[in-house]
Design a protein around this ligand. Structure first.
Ligand code: ADP
Ligand code: MG
Length: 688
């Protein structure tokens, strides 16, 4: 049933509703003008008072809102009456996915959920245009409602003009403008797993709606779908673009609001959390078709849950997310693992460091004419889109240099600031980063420091909580089992593709991915574990003991201490426990030890050395660097000039060093800023 109402009836109905239900609201909005320019209503409230009006509003929103704004003008209050009527919380029936928008929705009030991919700068849009008649000089007003300026064709006598056909000049200074902004809404990734390309739609915002939305925001747009002409050159095409005129926008504040968990599911989630085999089941579900890599899978499982972010009284924030890097030989299932995780983690994204997207990993402000007019546009990159989830970035070593710089801030502060042209925004990137990278020289060398083998600056490497080398070395027993596993996976996969009845315990995840996603969302939403005294004691003792034991190296810095905490918290969260126990602390120690044994071990000294990761300098190299520093100091003093490289090498050889090694170390010291090349082939100490 569609309600039919003429304009005057509509206005009167709105007026009655405003008088009876909204007087206070209108008065307080009027007092706050111009900060508040809108009367914001819930659809439910209108519907309860006058269900025909509520229905009419959904069916003919343009007329209904126009009438509401007319009715507002009739309300008598002190101050400036709000200019707009905005309606939020539309009924469920108005909800449409971006990909389901059809002609039948044109002109209707609809509600669309999604992720903000881009926003344009805020720009003035011509509203009430004043034109000057070039024949008689009369000033003519024309309200603009199209995207292109509509000029008068003749000079209207009813506005005091000459009534003749004429040409007109737009009086920009005297015309009225309104703030306008566009955004690109991308359908929520939750609704479209399985590699489908996300669909997008352009949303128009005006006046007080502008300026509040940033890329990465999850929003509900309540607005009216309409069409916009497309042109090719000067020709107008018969196929139109769909756009939404926003009436109101709701920003989602709660994490994973898009994931619905029923009461039965909540019961099942709690039941699973008490399963004694929980840990094994989760590990097995991380990537069942991939053989081995148990510890890595454990770590990835913990990353899915993450630690607890902390907000300190001084407004700083410490991240809870666990950043993990997989580095290793080609063909060792790194990419596969990343894809699995991006399927399992709520709000996650899989991308490649060398992807050509303009937004890259972080964000970009670009002059773009995608929206049709060549203005500035701010676009969210992978780490913003994955806010509160996991950003899986393959080939991280191949990322663009601009991302490299922005990544520091994104990983630690978990936000990205952009200040460029008309755009000044801080985007949230509260996500965990799961990166994969290949070694520079093709294969991973167990004996060389990791920082030397990978094309990622040490400062960035040290931001990862865990780094796992994944190597592929011939090992008869392991090869045999792995080959067996892979062959079996393929055999069952082929059978499964044709007959779904085939049993495949080995490779069917113990926990189905959809349920796992809900389990994780539930945990992240409801569980915030706190360290127990025993857990604190355990981690502290381990940290202090290890630092005391390692006489010649620094095994950990406070950064690793934070990693222990995050991992222990994640371990508690995995079983939905609000308390971090000694067992959780032990799990964290086990995983960090495993990782440091692989990449942070000073082989000669049999102790951990965090410098291997943060600077790529081994203890032996450090000792040699000391010697070289001493040599350079001596030469500089003797000749009172920068030391020539030949002389440094000669003296270092006298101390028993190899020529190649010396040259490499000099290069390294230069990169580290310990020395600098004062003249070609001549070095000085930076500190002297
Ligand atoms: P990478 O990204 O490390 O170069 P990929 O993820 O592309 O490697 O893996 C290459 C192929 O080898 C994939 O099809 C993957 O399934 C298979 N593969 C490699 N290692 C394993 C493993 N441990 N178990 C099962 N399959 C594996
Ligand atoms: Mg790969």
């Amino acid at each position: 049933m569609t309600v039919v109402m003429d304009l005057e009836t509509l206005v009167e109905r709105w007026e009655r509703f405003f008088q009876d239900c909204c007087k206070d609201k209108i008065e307080s909005a009027a007092l706050l003008y111009p900060e508040k320019k809108s009367l914001v209503l819930k659809h439910e409230d209108i519907d309860r008072y006058d269900s025909e009006l509520g229905e009419y509003l959904l069916d003919k929103p343009y007329q209904a809102i126009y009438a509401a704004e007319e009715a507002l003008k009739r309300i008598d209050v002190a101050g400036e009456i709000p200019h707009h009527v905005r309606v939020r919380e539309l009924p469920e029936a108005t909800r449409v996915e971006v990909r389901d928008l059809r002609t039948s929705h044109l002109g209707k009030f609809i509600s669309v959920n999604g992720l903000v991919k881009k926003v344009t700068e805020v720009r003035p849009k011509l509203q009430d245009a004043l034109f000057e008649c070039q024949k008689c000089g009369a000033v003519i007003k024309m309200t603009q409602s199209e995207n292109v300026i509509i000029e008068p064709t003749e000079c209207p006598a009813d506005q005091g003009g000459c009534g003749r056909q004429s040409s007109f000049k737009l009086l920009t200074e005297k015309s009225e403008f309104i703030d306008a902004q566009k955004l690109e809404l991308q359908e929520s990734p939750e609704g479209m797993r399985g590699g489908a390309q996300p669909m997008r739609i352009i949303v128009y915002m005006e006046d007080d709606l502008v300026g509040d939305i940033v890329p990465g925001d999850r929003i509900t747009v309540n607005g009216i779908l309409h069409v916009q002409a497309r042109r090719r050159g000067r020709m107008k095409l018969t196929e139109f673009n769909k756009v939404i005129d926003a009436n109101s926008i709701e920003i989602k504040e709660q994490a994973f609001e898009e994931i619905f968990i029923s009461e039965e599911e909540e019961q099942e989630i709690k039941k699973l959390s008490e399963d004694p085999l929980l840990h094994e089941k989760i590990r097995h579900s991380v990537a069942p078709t991939i053989y081995g890599l148990d510890m890595e899978k454990d770590a990835l499982a913990l990353q899915l849950f993450g630690g607890v972010p902390k907000y300190m009284p001084d407004e700083t924030r410490i991240r809870g997310d666990i950043h993990i890097l997989l580095i290793g030989d080609p063909g060792t299932a790194k990419s596969q693992l990343l894809r699995y995780i991006s399927q399992l983690a709520p709000r996650s994204i899989y991308t490649s460091g060398k992807s050509s997207s303009a937004a890259g990993l972080t964000a970009s402000a670009v002059k773009s004419d995608e929206f049709g007019e060549g203005g500035w546009t701010l676009e969210a990159g992978a780490l913003v889109i994955a806010d509160l989830g996991i950003a899986c970035v393959d080939e991280l070593d191949k990322m663009a240099p601009k991302d490299r710089d922005a990544l520091h801030q994104a990983m630690e502060q978990q936000e990205i600031s952009v200040a460029k042209a008309g755009i000044n925004a801080t985007l949230k990137s509260r996500c965990a980063l799961l990166g994969a990278a290949n070694p520079k020289f093709g294969r991973f060398d167990d004996y060389a420091p990791i920082a030397d083998q990978i094309n990622i600056p040490p400062a960035l490497l040290s931001r990862f909580d865990l780094i796992f080398p994944v190597t592929d070395k011939p090992d008869k027993e392991r090869d045999d089992e792995m080959a067996g596993h892979i062959l079996e996976v393929h055999k069952y996969g082929a059978m499964f593709s044709h007959d779904e009845q085939v049993e495949m315990d080995k490779i069917t995840p113990a926990i189905p991915p959809d349920f796992m996603r809900k389990y994780i969302a539930y945990a992240k939403r409801n569980v915030f574990p706190v360290l127990s005294e025993e857990a604190i004691e355990r981690i502290k003792n381990y940290y202090v003991d290890m630092r005391a034991k390692a006489k010649e190296t620094i095994p950990f810095t406070p950064r690793q201490l934070e990693a222990f905490i995050r991992i222990a918290e994640a371990s508690a969260r995995m079983r939905l426990s609000n308390v971090v126990t000694v067992e959780d602390a032990d799990k964290a120690i086990e995983i960090v030890e495993y990782y440091l044994t692989k990449v942070g071990m000073e082989k000669d000294l049999d102790s951990f050395n965090i410098d291997l990761i943060t600077t790529g300098i081994t203890k032996t190299q450090k000792d040699k660097m000391k010697v070289i520093t001493q040599i350079i100091r001596e030469i500089c003093r003797e000749i009172d000039a920068p030391a020539p490289i030949e002389e440094i090498v000669t003296r270092a050889q006298d101390e028993g060093m190899e020529k190649d090694a010396v040259e490499r170390l000099i290069e390294k010291m230069r990169r580290e800023g310990i020395i600098y090349e004062a003249k070609l082939g001549r070095y000085s100490l930076t500190s002297e």
